[in-house]
Design a protein around this ligand. Sequence first.
Ligand SMILES: Cc1ncc(COP(=O)(O)O)c(C=O)c1O
Length: 373
Amino acid sequence: MSPLPPNPGDLAVDCVRTLAPYVPGKPIEELQRELGLSDIIKLASNENPFGPSPRALAAMQKALTDTWLYPDGSGHELKRKLAAKLGVDTNQITLGNGSNDLLVLLAGAFLMPGLEAVYSQYAFAVYPIAIQATGATAVVVPANPPTAPMPLGHDLAAMARAITPRTRVVFVANPNNPTGTWVPAAELRKFIAAMPPHVLVALDEAYFEYTGGLDLQDGIEWLKDFPNLVVFRTFSKAYGLAGVRVGYAVSHPGVADMLNRVRQAFNVSVVGLAGASAALDDPEHVAAAVKVAVAERARVTARLEKTGTRVFPSAGNFLMLHAGANARARYEALLRQGVIVRPVGNYQLPEHLRVTLGTVDQNDRFLAAWQAC
Ligand SMILES: Cc1ncc(COP(=O)(O)O)c(C=O)c1O
């Protein structure tokens, strides 16, 4: 028998061993430990600074007494409410441990070695991980040039040209993270209509609620026309529930059936189900948080541009900035001032930073710190 390799991790399948891991935003506690700071703001993971609705909080507190029980694996109550709100059938909804879970499930159910999945350069980092882990081929399509009206955004025409008979999934983030960029609704609709029937369109609408009058789609309205469309949404952003991990996919029932086959039976927790269900009863809370984010998107952009910082167009609750060749040093200078933003070097954008829109006070603090570094 040959000896064990020194690192038994090397026994992993090739497509996993060569994966670049996801790089999350720096947690507040880590910066506290590293620099001994106490007054820290985190604008690094596109969370909602206003947190969940008081109704969701109360429901989650109540649910704590039930945490010795497994959750309802069918998520009946949450699906019932979502179906009513979205005008779809419950059999079109798949619940996930965040929408990240569902992106991975889609890849697992529809991809394998020999098949291809297409996405744009600078698209959300989970797509390459989800694709590569299946052994399928990731086809990365160059993004728009920095001088385009939607700089570094998805080039849908080029993505359409990248489709082959082996393509099974095309990922579109609209808007995209980390760039914030988007494609107009009519252009996207045309793109989906032109997809051959063997290709699923995975339309990631994690920032759907932040549209704020911009020209973006409601993908769920399109499901009746496009059986190969799968729309992903989340409670992590506008609903302020990132920590309990609840997302959902809406699709043709046949696709939902497949996602449910590979889903862990209890992938959404008792607390997550209770919080998300109750959050749906408080749309005013979500609307108030979104209103601040949309207003701050314009205000912070204008303030940064006034002092010469290039800001990318954004339809999300965050902005991507061109920070220059010393982006890393500026990131570290912000950390020393207790402000955590997100470097995006892992996206091959070493000169850029992404900042989440916080409360007005938090954004003012970021702007002051940015001027000082
Ligand atoms: C574009 C996009 N899709 C999906 C997600 C995943 O979010 P979650 O798993 O919290 O639902 C994120 C999170 O940042 C995102 O930016």
